[in-house]
Design a binder for this molecule. Structure first.
Ligand SMILES: [Zn+2]
Length: 303
């Protein structure tokens, strides 16, 4: 059996994965980001959390450490073969997590960008299973991605690449964490969606994600809400049109918290995409992720 680990901005989830991506157990713990003020502390917290989760999973499902054939780690940013790198949220610059875990588990440890992991899982077992040419977009805090052509994941030899989130769609646009301005994710990520929704719809600053979902669902016909959604999806669609014109995918699958709005967003996006894209006659299926929050864990073990 394999262990998949998904390191997020504020939590770490681990799971036991069997053949064919079957997830049999999952354990999630929040990380208190506010208590992290230096890299060493962040490294210790990440390691302790992972070790704690694996211990519980092994006990609960009656496995021993020796039975772990592989540990796969999905992580944001540009990880190298052994290291987590540039995890800004958690103050990590470069952390050789593979060597640390190897001291304990003595098994194969693989690290990959989380968008790629989730994309691989959706391609093999989820919404993209039937498509050879397809794109996975994880719309959450940022925009993660994976592109498949002829059934194969496209991968540059050095960095993960496919940083669609940092594709510039507005020359003098909103300042992005990467240092540039006008990056796609400063308009299209769900983090920005929420910030903008609270401002445009004059909601309380403490509005939680679920409350926002309910508010939008219940008020979708109101002109102010409708205008806000249309402006947001216009920006999302500029990126989709660029991606579609370059890769000509048969399908695009959306993961991250964007997928909670699929029933509202996808029909509007379908119309807009036809209007924006170059090949008016090609039909692109827009789909919601199937594996949701488990995709990163499952995909990490498939590498
Ligand atoms: Zn950027």
């Amino acid at each position: 059996m394999k262990i998949g680990i998904d390191i997020g901005g504020s939590h770490i989830a681990s799971g036991i994965v069997l053949d064919k991506g079957k997830l049999v157990g999952k354990e999630t713990r929040d990380i208190d980001v506010s208590s992290i003020n230096n890299e060493k502390r962040a490294q210790n917290i990440i390691l302790e959390t992972i070790i704690g989760e694996i211990k519980i999973l092994l006990e609960r499902h009656d496995y021993s450490t020796k039975e772990i054939s592989k540990i796969g780690i999905a992580v944001p940013g540009s990880p190298s073969k052994k290291c987590i790198r540039r995890l800004v949220n958690l103050h990590i610059k470069n952390f050789n997590i593979a060597d640390e875990l190897n001291k304990i588990y003595k098994t194969k440890i693989i690290i990959k960008n989380d968008g790629k992991c989730a994309g691989i899982a959706e391609k093999r077992y989820g919404a993209l299973k039937e498509f050879d040419d397809c794109v996975f977009l994880c719309m959450g805090t940022g925009v993660g991605s994976a592109v498949f052509l002829n059934g194969k994941l496209l991968e540059p030899s050095k960095n993960p690449g496919f940083e669609f989130g940092h594709m510039i769609i507005e020359k003098k646009g909103i300042k992005c964490n990467c240092g540039n301005s006008g990056c796609y994710e400063t308009y299209a990520s769900m983090k920005r969606f929420k910030i903008k929704a609270i401002k445009s719809l004059r909601l309380s600053k403490d509005t939680q994600s679920e409350e926002l979902q309910n508010y939008i669902r219940n008020n979708i016909k109101k002109p102010l809400v409708n205008k806000f959604i249309n402006e947001y999806l216009d920006n999302v669609c500029i990126g989709l049109a660029n991606i579609s014109n370059i890769f000509e995918p048969q399908a695009i699958c959306f993961g991250g918290s964007f997928s909670y709005y699929s029933d509202i967003f996808l029909p509007i996006l379908e119309q807009k995409l036809t209007q924006y894209k170059f090949n008016k006659d090609s039909k692109i299926k827009l789909l919601s992720a199937k594996l949701k929050n488990d995709a990163g864990i499952i995909g990490a073990t498939e590498l």
